[in-house]
Design a protein around this ligand. Structure first.
Ligand code: CA
Length: 354
């Protein structure tokens, strides 16, 4: 009996496998900001599409277009808003020109670390606030993966005082860019694929990109050997954008898979970032002995902090929603940092050199 059953099943499987693949029930298009196959950022989106297909047993298929295809690294917000694409993956802070409130949902200078910020997003009301901002544009968002602590960037000369920042042309997006402008630098944003050339040609004097997870393979050290430690992006979170109309039109199981796969892909990307940073940093001094690692002098950090606080005060007066986002982040940071201090910092101090 068993044998018959088995052979019957075999016959069914044989027939099924010789049939053409069944078309997916739901076909979606996704655009991201990165060059095709760009490590960690673009590859995590490819993994997202594969995970959605797997979780839905092939009922949802996502076609992923990189910047090479759609040609607009910073066009993701508009692509998804207009419905040209159903889903996007990018950094929220690239869209401050579309809506200044989007600046708060990537990372903030002097702000939360990655784990603190995840707690804010998923337990402290951060994601609800992000969705309140994005709903105004017909979008829904989900966290999409963190770079963890970013470095302060690559400079072609040492920064010894605030005077050294005057007129300094630096690629630095988001709120960090505004803070830099506040102390006399000239911030600009340039997509990943054009960074090396801009630094090499002197279009810019300095840039920040990510950290050891991604910077070293970009070759920045060949044209700017001073590598500064971080202050402006302690927790850079990428974001999945969904066209709200598309999402609302999907069955619940499908929108749930799309959102939860984004969250899980984000977790995987965060882990990969941390891993790559650890591996690359440990090899850096032997592989690239010319890189000079520096901390910004205290008076530079203090000036940046003052610029940051003034800007936040100005921003908070813009609207009630802006005020509530800034307040939510400040309150949450104040609370969670107490635990980080006694948890992580005390632990690291206790065991240092032992
Ligand atoms: Ca960055």
């Amino acid at each position: 009996m068993k044998l018959i059953k088995k052979s019957l099943l075999g016959a069914v499987l044989l027939v099924a496998s010789s049939l053409p693949a069944v078309a997916a029930e739901i076909n979606l298009k996704l655009a991201h900001s990165w060059p095709k196959g760009f490590p960690i950022f673009a590859t995590s989106v490819d993994k997202y599409a594969a995970l959605v297909s797997e979780m839905s047993d092939g009922r949802i298929e996502i076609k992923v277009d990189s910047r090479n295809k759609h040609k607009s690294a910073f066009g993701i917000f508009d692509f998804v808003k207009s419905g040209q694409y159903d889903i996007g993956q990018s950094a929220s802070y690239y869209y401050g020109g579309k809506d200044p409130d989007t600046l708060f949902f990537t990372t903030m200078p002097f702000g939360m670390t990655a784990l603190e910020q995840y707690a804010w997003f998923h337990e402290g009301g951060g994601l609800e606030l992000a969705n309140e901002v994005y709903a105004k544009h017909g979008l829904q968002v989900m966290t999409g993966g963190n770079t963890t602590m970013q470095m302060g960037g690559w400079f072609n000369k040492e920064i010894n005082s605030v005077a050294d920042l005057q007129g300094l042309k630096m690629r630095i997006p988001g709120f960090g860019g505004k803070v830099m402008a506040g102390v006399g630098a000239v911030p600009t944003n340039i997509p990943a694929g054009e960074l090396y050339q801009a630094l090499e040609r002197g279009t810019i004097d300095a840039l920040e990109w990510v950290g050891p997870s991604l910077d070293l393979r970009m070759g920045f050290h060949k044209v700017a050997s001073y590598y500064y430690t971080g202050w402006h992006e302690p927790s850079t979170e990428l974001m999945y954008f969904f066209n709200k109309k598309t999402m609302d039109g999907l069955p619940k199981w499908a929108s749930s898979i799309l959102l939860n796969a984004a969250k899980l892909t984000g977790f995987n990307m965060t882990v990969e970032s941390q891993h790559e940073s650890g591996v690359n940093w440990s090899n850096m001094s032997s592989e690239f002995p010319n890189i000079q690692v520096r901390d910004f002098p205290e008076d530079v950090i203090s000036a940046l902090r003052r610029s940051n606080d003034e800007l936040l005060k100005e921003e908070a007066s813009r609207s009630e929603l802006t005020q509530s986002i800034i307040q939510s982040q400040a309150d949450y940071l104040k609370q969670i940092r107490q635990w980080t201090e006694i948890g992580d910092r005390a632990y690291l101090n206790n065991i240092a050199g032992k």
